[in-house]
Design a protein around this ligand. Structure first.
Ligand code: HEM
Ligand SMILES: [Cu+2]
Length: 528
């Protein structure tokens, strides 16, 4: 086994490069394809957000029709969650985890390839609804009766459901693959307690996907049947219950927020020690608090339903359980700060993104604790405060983690360094514009301004000013991402050669060449 090398198929005919990529089962190529595909959808869903912000730039704007506005809000959020953030993280997991644990590939390389290819197909299915009479417009949460046949008569919701089914199957296949890989394919001597933290978080993420995604598939199918085949799971006029949707939807979608953040925790836990020149503080605490977050994530879903008239006793239980999540999250924040503390910090772009993650994700965590409190949530749930919260967890959290990962692993992936100067410009513009865009949303929310509204009154001058500022911030945020794209293109062509270990890191992927050989390791390393 350990002497197997790249020459296992000496007689394989040489394919043209593009065909090699299209037919590859190599986890590294698949990881890179995940990342590029998902980045494309990040830009597309970002464009939808900018249309939303353009509409809200000043009161009484008619850039979009109300229905187009609702479609943009829906497709922005759905696109970001399912086609951008989750697959970006899965892409980094795919690329890095087998290398980090000393494996030659994922456990099921062909399943890995199929799972990847389902992503663009699922996404295109959902996006095609724009050309089939209009996309879904009921928000990414698609609460019935809004998503039912009466309020959403077109094909949009059906295509939304079918597209999600396809990426759902992809997620389930991917998660099984990660679980088997991580549990069975670690290099000799790499006990679970020695495994890099990214693998821990990907392992927990995969369990969440495996358990939660089938529930989403079920509830989507029920809605599809209500809409097309005369069932009435969610139709009160025929004895159904719309709240059943909310329970099942959030039983998936609350774990989904951890699906979207856990690998980012892992990424940051890999990067901070490298650039602070110290080992990670509290390795076991980070590993086990990730498991705790995964478990708790399944028993808090009703905190999305505090305003639906659930019995007070139930709301109290969910409030308490939700607040408990602050404990494992706090443990991580503490460990990261302790890792940085007293270190010889090298402020590379990757390090800056990881540090910014800790600083700004904290804001999203704190607003989450506010929202966990029933009386506060009842006031704020329909307002912009929630939009502020999700963006501090998903942009300031997941996306900053993803940017950190891009700057950190790019040299390994392509053997070239990204330009640090361009990276700095990208970093500072992103951080400033992100806060200008999303921080004032807390204020709008506390003022009582509802979310998902098409426009607002010109009499609300303060509200208008805040909206204008946010919109300008968002345009800068959008433009800033082209600096990253430019950096990638230029660096691929003429970036500095990276060498095996440009950052002085010591996980296994840095012991092989950049880019790594096809089979990852000529000799599988033994861990002591
Ligand atoms: C350029 C960056 C972004 C901008 C300008 C932006 C802006 C917006 C706006 C304006 C809304 C609709 C507000 C409303 O009327 O209710 C929204 C909703 C949403 N955004 Fe973003 N967004 C960005 C990035 C992201 C990212 C990276 C994610 C990650 C998943 C994300 C997830 C969401 C979600 C889930 C919602 C729906 C919230 C709900 O359930 O009501 N956004 N965003
Ligand atoms: Cu939740």
């Amino acid at each position: 086994m350990s002497t197997q090398s790249a020459s296992v198929h000496p007689h394989a005919p040489t394919k043209p490069t593009w065909l090699k990529w299209l037919t590859t089962t190599d986890h590294k190529k698949i990881g890179i394809m995940y990342i590029f595909t998902a980045f494309f959808f990040f830009m597309l869903a970002g464009f939808f957000a900018l249309l939303v912000r353009a509409q809200l730039l000043f009161p009484g704007n008619t850039l979009l029709t109300p229905d187009q506005y609702n479609q943009m809000v829906t497709m922005h959020a759905s696109g970001m969650i399912f086609f951008a953030v989750i697959p970006l993280l899965v892409g980094f997991g795919n690329y890095a985890v087998p290398l980090m644990i000393g494996a030659r590939d994922m456990a099921f390389p062909r399943v890995n390839a199929i799972a990847f290819w389902m992503l663009p197909f699922g996404a295109l299915m959902m996006m095609s609804s724009f050309f089939l009479g209009g996309a879904a417009a009921g928000g990414w949460t698609q609460y019935p009766p809004l998503s039912g046949g009466f309020f959403s008569p077109g094909r949009g919701v059906d295509m939304w459901i079918l597209g999600l089914h396809v990426v759902g199957v992809s997620s389930i296949m991917g998660s099984i693959n990660f679980i088997v890989t991580i549990l069975n394919m670690r290099a000799p001597g790499m006990r679970l307690h020695k495994m890099p933290l990214l693998s821990w978080t990907v392992l927990v993420q995969s369990w969440l996907q495996l358990i939660a995604t089938p529930v989403l598939a079920g509830v989507l199918t029920m809605l599809l049947f209500d809409r097309n085949f005369g069932t009435s799971f969610f139709r009160p006029e025929h004895g159904g219950d719309p709240l059943l949707w909310q329970h099942l939807f959030w039983f998936y979608s609350h774990p989904a927020v951890y699906i979207m953040i856990l690998p980012a925790f892992g990424i940051v836990s890999e990067i901070l020690p490298v650039f602070s020149g110290k080992p990670i503080f509290g390795y076991l605490a980070i590993a086990y608090s990730s498991v705790a977050i995964g478990v708790l994530g399944f028993v808090v879903w009703a905190h999305h339903m505090f305003a639906t008239g659930l019995p007070v006793s139930i709301r109290m239980v969910f409030m308490f359980l939700t607040m408990l999540i602050a404990v494992p999250t706090g443990i991580k924040i503490f460990s990261w700060v302790a890792t940085l503390w007293g270190g010889q910090i090298r402020f590379t772009v990757a390090a800056l993104y990881a540090i910014a993650f800790v600083a700004f994700f904290l804001i999203g965590g704190l607003s989450g604790i506010f929202l966990a409190s029933v009386p506060v949530d009842v006031q704020l749930t329909h307002t912009y405060f929630v939009v502020a919260h999700i963006h501090y967890v998903l942009f300031a959290g997941s996306m900053l983690g993803i940017f950190a990962a891009i700057y950190f692993w790019f040299p390994k992936m392509f053997g070239k360094m990204l330009d640090e100067k361009l990276g700095m410009v990208h970093f500072w513009l992103t951080i400033i514009a992100m806060n200008v865009t999303f921080f004032p949303m807390h204020v709008l929310g506390i003022m009582g301004i509802p979310r998902r509204y098409y426009t607002y009154s010109a009499h609300l001058t303060e509200v208008a000013t805040i909206n204008t500022i946010e919109s300008i911030g968002s345009f800068v945020l959008g433009v800033a991402q082209f600096i990253l794209i430019y950096n990638v293109i230029v660096s691929l062509k003429k970036g500095k050669t990276a060498g095996d270990d440009p950052w002085g890191a010591n996980t296994l992927e840095w012991t092989v060449s950049s880019p790594p050989p096809d089979n990852n390791f000529d000799v599988i390393p033994t861990i002591r």
